[in-house]
Write a protein that binds this ligand. Structure first.
Ligand code: NDP
Length: 255
């Protein structure tokens, strides 16, 4: 495709899972893709190799999120690398995808676990966008990866769900703030997707797969490319008139 020709995209957590599928798709659509990872350098490096073999352009940045100064360090590393691809740097599409799950309800939650999941899922995207402002070109795109958990009551993971609700509010405000520059901000809200995040309870567990498939109108669990295709639309010029939306990509869970 050519939908993202000449564009630069940052995908956090782009080495594995949903972020990996988004990075692959954006590269196929012609973007220069900067993908970040925290610990799994092999996965991120492997994807960069594959994209390059397929004729695309990508590079990986190590960026641990959830610590003070994380966004500043991420963009400093980005600035160094992007020069080789686009003199003068800058970015057109930001995908805040990196996130952590937290299987704690109200009763068992600790303050430490609460702070951690907010720092990774909410604070990091907030400051990644703040620090992006001088780099983000007019007509750009911000895509936050939320969750069906901000729409559905799921008390067993309510701390995690609240982080995704916060992202929805962030998206709405970014749309208002940046709209005058032709920049859109949207959330994609996946349901259960078969990634490493769910591997321990979903992968190879026919019962869990059947249960979550039944909950979706489309009768299966999600695949990373189901989400990547939505992100690709939102990143493209076709979505220029869509902003401040939470695009449900759960396959119809909880209708
Ligand atoms: P995975 O666990 O498969 O991958 C997570 C990615 O995020 C990895 O690339 C990982 O980097 C990165 N990451 C995690 N924690 C940090 C951190 N502290 N600092 C920097 N990078 C980090 O997750 P998914 O692909 O399943 O999830 C991606 C997004 O989608 C998340 O925001 C998640 O909440 C959301 N989502 C997922 C659903 C699902 O069912 N899978 C459902 C709804 C929403 P590394 O490779 O280095 O470890």
């Amino acid at each position: 495709g050519t939908a993202l020709d000449g564009k630069v995209a940052l995908v956090t957590g782009g080495g594995r899972g949903i972020g990996r599928a988004i990075a692959e798709r954006f590269a196929r659509d012609g973007a220069v893709v900067a993908l970040t990872y925290a610990r799994n350098a092999a996965a991120a490096g492997g994807l960069v190799e594959r994209i390059r073999t397929d004729g695309g352009r990508a590079f990986a940045i190590q960026a641990e999120l959830g610590e003070h100064g994380d966004a500043h360090r991420l963009w400093a590393a980005f600035d160094k690398e992007i020069e080789q691809y686009v003199p003068g740097g800058g970015v057109d599409v930001i995908v805040n995808n990196a996130g952590e799950t937290l299987y704690e309800g109200l009763e068992t939650m600790t303050e430490e676990a609460f702070d951690r999941v907010y720092a990774v899922n909410v604070r990091a995207p907030f400051f990644i966008v703040q620090q992006a402002l001088p780099r983000l070109r007019d007509g750009g795109r911000i895509i936050n990866i939320g969750s069906g958990a901000s729409r559905l009551a799921m008390p067993a993971i309510m701390g995690y769900g609240a982080t995704k609700g916060a992202l929805d509010v962030f998206t709405r405000n970014l749309a208002e703030l940046l709209g005058p520059r032709g920049i859109t901000a949207n959330t994609v809200a996946p349901g259960i997707v078969d990634t490493d995040m769910n591997a321990d309870w979903l992968r190879g567990n026919a019962e869990a797969d059947a249960e979550w498939s039944t909950r979706a109108a489309l009768r299966r669990v999600g695949r990373p490319d189901d989400i990547a295709d939505v992100a690709a639309f939102l990143a493209s010029d076709d979505a220029r008139w869509v902003t401040a939306q939470v695009v449900d990509a759960t396959g119809g869970v909880g209708l």
